[in-house]
Write a protein that binds this ligand. Structure first.
Ligand SMILES: NC(=O)c1ccc[n+]([C@@H]2O[C@H](COP(=O)([O-])OP(=O)(O)OC[C@H]3O[C@@H](n4cnc5c(N)ncnc54)[C@H](OP(=O)(O)O)[C@@H]3O)[C@@H](O)[C@H]2O)c1
Length: 156
């Protein structure tokens, strides 16, 4: 199985590189190899490598800074997954999109269910919510998985 990993130098990306099971052919891309702000580069990477899966661990994660860089946050967190999904729909691959509880407003006071309506409060959450929606719209639940987490922890 061939897997294209984005955000290879990030917290999650590094942990996935360490955990890589042997049968997987991992194509690890950091910022230098693949600019997630470029939808064309994302599309070309999928068409060139033709991965079975894209694990999109890369993201614009500066929550507060996103308020002053909305275009970049939206390009990376919404544009890149959309470009991956569109290209994968053509090549037949699948996409794991990592997302966040920031797609919700946090006011509920008890755990959210996956299909509850999103209501992000800031640009970071908006950008991640748009990324989720694009992936599910373009690939559907058979060919994509949106994995939301509130926190990452590990040895790195
Ligand atoms: N950390 C958490 O507690 C947490 C909580 C909830 C959800 N998440 C989600 O989990 C996923 C992984 O988060 P993380 O903590 O591993 O994030 P991270 O440590 O900030 O890593 C993100 C990676 O994305 C890369 N990146 C950013 N902009 C890029 C661009 N334009 N082109 C290419 N690469 C770019 C960064 O590259 P550089 O290294 O070059 O900056 C970095 O390596 C994200 O989707 C995030 O939203 C994380």
């Amino acid at each position: 199985m061939r897997v294209l990993l984005t955000g290879a130098n990030g917290q999650l990306g590094q942990a996935l590189m360490v955990a890589k099971p042997k049968p997987i052919e991992l194509i690890a891309c950091g910022r230098a190899e693949l600019d997630l702000a470029s939808p064309q580069a994302c599309s070309e990477a999928v068409r060139f490598y033709r991965p079975d899966w894209v694990l999109n661990a890369g993201a614009y994660t500066a929550v507060d800074k996103a308020e002053s860089e909305p275009e970049l946050a939206l390009a990376v967190n919404a544009g890149a997954p959309a470009a991956f999904a569109e290209a994968l729909a053509a090549t037949g691959g699948r996409l794991l999109q990592v997302s966040t509880d920031f797609v919700f407003n946090g006011a509920q006071g008890f755990p959210y269910l996956p299909h509850q309506a999103v209501e992000p409060l800031g640009i970071y959450g908006i950008s991640k919510a748009r990324g989720e929606a694009a992936v599910l719209e373009l690939l559907g639940p058979q060919l994509s998985c949106v994995l939301r987490t509130s926190w990452l922890y590990g040895p790195i």
